[in-house]
Write a protein that binds this ligand. Sequence first.
Ligand code: PLP
Length: 399
Amino acid sequence: MSKDLNFASQAVFYDPEEHSQSISYPIYMSANFQYAGDIYDQIVDGARKEVNIYSRCGNPTEYKLEEHIAKLTGGTACLATASGMAAISHALFGILKAGDHVVADLTTYSSTHEFFDHRAQDFGLKVSLVDCTDVKAVEAAFTDKTKVLYVEAIANPTMKVPPLRALVELAHSRGIVVICDNTFASPAVCRPHDFGVDVVVESATKFIGGHNDAVGGVITLKSDILPADWVEDVRWNTLNKLGAPLSPFNAWLLLRGAQTLALRLEKQCANARALALHLEKHPKVKRVFYPGLESHPNYESAKEQLKDGGAMLSFRVADEASGVRLLKRLQLCSFAASLGGLRTTTQVPATMAFLDIPSQEREAMGVVDGLVRFSVGIEHIDDIIADVDQAIEQMHIDL
Ligand code: PLP
């Protein structure tokens, strides 16, 4: 029945637990499971997910989260992982082998970028970093060894929105798998599978969880290129071997958070839009990047692919020191590393998340000094704007 429900209802609803009919799904806080009855024989005969073996291989609370997220993302299967970075690395290691080539967007989350730029080469992978809003540049970067095209639905922190349908069409014509990190959008704002993306990865730590209290990641599949059992293959042959399972308690927190995803994002997107419009008129703000604004360079792609402008925005002030002073002056909004929670959190990406990337390189990515990033929360918009205004006004006063 839940297939016919609207997104907000799907987010709230899941079947109660079979034995107790508990509406809040239980936390199976168990690392180990007893081989009762004929379970030993079933495992020898090949049973894996159908039986509980050991929580590094899977846990019922984690499976419930996976079932729920597959539904919300429009995927056919889901695998939960210990973090967003574990989702990204496991998706890549689940497809790539030494000698393979990847085309990735030049602007991705700092740890993803560093993986592509440095670590990937240690495993014999070759990576080309290109601006994936430029379909011709992507086509020119493909080689006969290219196996994966990797983009972010809304890029962290430049807010670039690549044209998913055109990229998918190009990649699929050469049998290349498209992976999209949907962290900045969340399934409430974008469903990359609806545009043909094969694998969606997401830091559930952010909007899916929504409360800044649990680290986790999800991988979902909907693909004609990868086999239908790819997710189970990654669970057994990659995650189980590399060892980054989601804890049952975090699975429960993320499942609880996901139930209010639609409600939270409706409010967060409305607040972000109002703040973006306000900042666009502010004399001390040089430029605002918000996918819901007509001034956004990829506004057409954003209109097609995003249900709303999202809850993330960035803007430029004079320089990095001014940005830091601004954030230190905030009283309601928090100066913090992460994003996607109920509270407005904010950072200066160049000298926070992207600190380890040389300045010339991060400038080429668009992560310039003086760029300020906001993850807009559910507070009253008048209070957010008042807080930002007072901080901007005092931006040039030494503390
Ligand atoms: N992808 C994006 C776009 C992110 O912003 C982040 C973290 O900020 C990650 C992935 C990594 O997620 P996690 O911190 O859960 O590993």
